[in-house]
Design a protein around this ligand. Structure first.
Ligand SMILES: [Ca+2]
Length: 308
């Protein structure tokens, strides 16, 4: 072989080896990046979240403790309750996180301080919510929405609230069973109690029954259960779009809003898990409070009001 041919032959192999080294380096980097992404993101299966990859608890942006409520089906409503609780119907919900407790005075003070949101009359609030660990009282639906958006959360739908309140136990009137029990909830008394003063339900949630009423996202319709969609229902003509983006002017939304759980002023009948209350969204009665939820998936990726 002549010298020129030898040099060309060597250059040919050097080039090929370089290409092989570059290919191996790129492949290794790609594998490392893929493994890193898997560690940081919940695993998905056919577009659904694999709940086994999710933390059972988390701390919200407002510092509130939250627990994961698993996706599932339940029977919503009661045949023994008021007309608006009928008929009992099956609802399917995606997984979500919910605040363990009602939003407190301390948390609401921080929200007002940071955002400049209109402050309540604190001396009036303190007549019922006497300490920072009491649930915040006297809030409108709009106040609750503003807080939830600030905290990166939203209000629970009525279905989510009832599903969480039942604690995974079907066909019970109260989070603990079928008999009213004043040692297990704050109701029919003169004052609210600090959050977490009673036993939690089986999801680890406190004060769903009684203490303060809790605003829900939905508009109120008396006959909604007769036509409720099966999956992730939200009542209200504009709510589905509203919930996707939170961009609509809240004050354009008309109609009554749902409140759940009764309060310290309520009878045992009104603190049942299926009891539905409603009021104008601008009302701020002294026993109106709230807690927040956070979907596992982004709001705009959830099939709201689906029929399957
Ligand atoms: Ca409550």
């Amino acid at each position: 072989m002549r010298m020129r041919d030898k040099i060309l032959y060597m250059l040919f192999w050097v080039g090929n080896l370089t290409l092989i080294y570059v290919f191996l380096a790129v492949t290794t980097c790609f594998c490392i990046l893929s493994l890193s992404c898997k560690k940081n993101k919940p695993e998905t299966q056919k577009g659904r979240i694999n709940e086994a990859s999710l933390s059972k608890t988390k701390i919200g942006a407002d510092g509130a403790q939250m627990v994961l409520i698993p996706a599932g089906q339940f029977h919503m409503g009661s045949e023994d309750g008021a007309d608006d609780e009928k008929p009992v119907h099956q609802v399917t919900l995606d997984a979500f996180y919910i605040d363990v407790n009602e939003v407190t005075v301390k948390q609401y003070k921080k929200f007002v301080s940071v955002t400049g949101h209109i402050a309540p009359n604190w001396s009036e609030v303190s007549q019922s919510a006497r300490t920072n660990d009491h649930p915040m009282t006297g809030v409108t639906w709009d106040d609750a929405m503003a807080y939830a958006i600030w905290a990166g959360k939203r209000l629970p739908t009525e279905a989510e609230w009832e599903y969480a309140a039942r604690g995974g136990v079907p066909s019970q009137k109260y989070p603990w069973g079928n008999q009213a029990n004043p040692t297990l909830a704050t109701y029919s008394v003169a004052m609210p109690t600090p959050i977490g003063s009673h036993q939690p339900n089986k999801y680890g949630l406190y004060d769903l029954a009684g203490n303060v009423y809790e605003w829900c996202l939905d508009e109120y319709e008396k006959n909604y259960y007769k036509s409720s969609p099966k999956r992730n229902p939200i009542c209200g003509r504009n709510m589905q779009e509203f919930n996707k983006t939170f961009s609509m002017d809240r004050k354009k939304l008309k109609g009554l809003r749902v409140l759940r759980g009764g309060s310290w002023t309520s009878s045992a009948e009104l603190i049942r898990v299926t009891s539905r209350s409603r009021f104008e969204p601008t009302a701020a009665l002294h026993d109106f409070g709230f807690r927040c939820v956070e979907s596992v998936q982004p709001n705009n990726q959830i099939n709201w009001n689906a029929d399957y």
